[in-house]
Design a protein around this ligand. Structure first.
Ligand SMILES: Nc1ncnc2c1ncn2[C@@H]1O[C@H](COP(=O)(O)OP(=O)(O)OP(=O)(O)O)[C@@H](O)[C@H]1O
Ligand SMILES: [Mg+2]
Length: 253
């Protein structure tokens, strides 16, 4: 049982393939290993997070929550639960929109009683900045954590996330940026510094995590083997990185 209401963090970037899902999974697991009670919510109809956690054909999904049913909480590991998703989530959008304003608050409402039970609730968002699913994430979240890969076009996806936050600000004026975390980093030298500077130029107020997550095939392997990086390869550099990221997040409060 969490001591105080849990923090809801949405992991988002307009750009695809920047390790949103890998970060939700492995940061979530790292926090769970640090005795934090963690709930991961798969907000993507592609269901990558669910599949990477061994839930390929979940009986109930986040979609059923939007239909008014209970959160289907699946215990995965010690301190780590999952709400899975599947392609049926795509059908939620229209129904939520038809509800008007309450349609934006469905997730927030459903998570409200769960906040007492978890220290962290992490939302793995799809790479889109439109639609009721991501809006529900922005309305429910306390903060947004943005994974960025230091490569050409890295800064582009950021504008989409900030626009998404602005678009929903009227329903969640307290939404904060948790920070930007560089993922899939091949080195911390010139290239990385170049992108840090580029982001600083446009977003000087935004926190950039000191921790970077290195590129490592083990992260992809772990996902394919339906497990996290720590279970797959505890000594791997990316495992150490995700643990350091969890520590930094806990220190920052
Ligand atoms: N640190 C890493 N090193 C190597 N491969 C990684 C790393 N992080 C993620 N990957 C791989 O990169 C691919 C994209 O990662 P992931 O699915 O987490 O990104 P995403 O942002 O969630 O993508 P999408 O936008 O499609 O939801 C996956 O195959 C994943 O295994
Ligand atoms: Mg993903």
């Amino acid at each position: 049982m969490a001591q105080q209401p849990g923090k809801i963090i949405a992991i988002a970037n307009h750009k695809g393939g920047v390790a949103k899902t890998a970060t939700a999974h492995n940061l979530g697991k790292a926090l769970a290993m640090k005795k934090q009670k963690v709930l991961l919510i798969d907000m993507d109809a592609q269901g990558n997070l669910s599949q990477n956690m061994g839930q390929n054909e979940p009986e109930a999904t986040l979609h059923s929550v939007f239909e008014g049913n209970e959160m289907p909480l699946i215990p995965i590991d010690e301190n780590l639960d999952l709400v899975p998703s599947d392609l049926d989530l795509d059908y939620a959008d229209e129904k939520l929109r038809a509800q008007g304003l309450p349609g934006y608050r469905q997730l927030s409402k459903a998570l409200s009683p769960l906040r007492e039970k978890y220290d962290f609730i992490i939302l793995d968002c799809p790479p889109s900045v439109r639609g009721m699913i991501v809006s529900n994430a922005m309305v429910a979240a306390d903060s947004v954590l943005i994974p960025v890969v230091p490569e050409k076009g890295a800064v582009k996806g950021l504008a989409g996330v900030f626009r998404l936050m602005e678009d929903n600000a009227i329903m969640n004026e307290n939404l904060k940026v948790e920070g930007i975390v560089f993922t899939r980093v091949k080195d911390r030298t010139a290239l990385h510094s170049h992108y840090v500077e580029e982001i600083r130029e446009d977003y000087d107020h935004v926190h950039i995590f000191e921790t970077i997550v290195h590129e490592s095939i083990a992260v992809a392997e772990a996902g394919t083997m339906e497990t996290d990086i720590f279970t797959h390869s505890a000594k791997n550099k990316a495992a150490q990185d995700y643990m350091a990221l969890a520590e930094e997040l806990l220190t920052n409060g």
